[in-house]
Design a protein around this ligand. Sequence first.
Ligand SMILES: O=C(O)c1ccccc1N[C@@H]1O[C@H](COP(=O)(O)O)[C@@H](O)[C@H]1O
Length: 216
Amino acid sequence: MPKIKICGLSCPEDITYINEAKPDYCGFIIDVPKSRRNVSVSKVRELVQNLESQICPVGVFVNKDCGEVAQLLNEGTIQIAQLHGQEDEAYIKKLKSLTDHPVMKAFSIQEKKDLDAAAASSADLILLDHGKGGTGETFDWSLLEGWTKRPYFLAGGLNPENIPEAIQRIHPWGIDLSSAVEIDGKKDREKILQAVKTVRNFESSKYFSKNKIIYK
Ligand SMILES: O=C(O)c1ccccc1N[C@@H]1O[C@H](COP(=O)(O)O)[C@@H](O)[C@H]1O
């Protein structure tokens, strides 16, 4: 069964919805002023106080100072750092030297060769998307057909309608979404519940392919 991450939480209501839906991961866009989901470090510290402990909080950063990211990980505010800017291998290695927490790097996939950098990354986890984080746009999933070099989070324009196709067609390790669980820019309880339920349905034994289990 793939993991699911609901991203872009910014207020106490969002935490209430997440605690009810229980995705595996949730994400906060931290100190990214250009994002409408931007939250300050102090706000994230406040919000995670009420997050249920089985849900893993992920901090999403765009070229943020490495030491500040490590601080948020090491104090336990977030458990994973998702790097969504131009962070290079040197940045990732530096961050990993400052913390034992997992580091996830987002890669923009426009053509097959973009997958080479993702495969070679020293990040603990990789996320593949179109490179326009949080805009609700998908990319050409055919680039990922048959790509088995390493497990990945798939992001970009995922919603309850296309999640089943994504899982059955390209087998992501995790599903990450934000825009599709919002109405007028606010997180929506029903949509979050529906997205998590859609992914959890893959737990059931009905997802077989030619008598072969795809997800155990
Ligand atoms: O959501 C944002 O505003 C954002 C800003 C900066 C970097 C990443 C951002 N979001 C990431 O985008 C995908 C979800 O995209 P979608 O809205 O479902 O199409 C996810 O990786 C978020 O972490």
